[in-house]
Design a protein around this ligand. Structure first.
Ligand code: AMP
Length: 139
């Protein structure tokens, strides 16, 4: 079964379009976490950031950057969160690669937060961890 973003791309479900070209679609997120919350996605289906080919990834990120710049200019946002979730464990609810562009405001912002907690790094062999990731990337 098609995911909801494929159905939007195919025109089966309405959306508030912010941007569209041959490869990329950007729409307002239905949840509007903050005013202007936008989703940028490739029209061709890829599950997530990690499985999207670099050329498509770059096109999506280019549009996300331009939307962030436009929103900073016209909405009075003082910052923006650019994020993408990979896998349900990371909060991905729609399995079709998309980037969230979430403008942030000094006032009137509902207070979306990403909190990164620290672990006890004494329990982690940081050098060997870094080395093993590096080695895998170079395979
Ligand atoms: P994620 O949880 O990272 O997969 O994000 C999926 C996002 O899609 C959520 O923020 C939803 O609010 C949004 N969403 C789901 N259905 C629609 C829809 N029909 N139109 C616009 N945004 C949607």
């Amino acid at each position: 079964m098609k995911d909801i973003f494929c159905r939007i791309i195919d025109g089966e479900i309405p959306s508030s379009k912010v941007y569209e070209d041959d490869d990329v679609l950007a729409i307002l997120d239905i949840s509007q976490t903050t005013k202007g919350h936008t989703l940028v996605m490739p029209k061709k289906h890829y599950d997530d950031f990690l499985s999207t080919p670099p050329e498509t990834l770059h096109k999506v990120l280019d549009v996300a950057q331009r939307i962030g710049q436009a929103e900073m200019a016209i909405l009075g946002a003082q910052g923006v969160n650019i994020l993408t979730n990979v896998g349900p464990v990371a909060g991905q609810s729609v399995i079709h690669f998309h980037v969230h562009v979430i403008p942030r405001y000094l006032s009137g912002d509902p207070g979306f937060q990403i909190t990164m907690k620290s672990q006890d790094i004494a329990a982690i062999d940081m050098l060997s961890l870094a080395e093993s990731i590096k080695n895998k990337m170079e395979e």
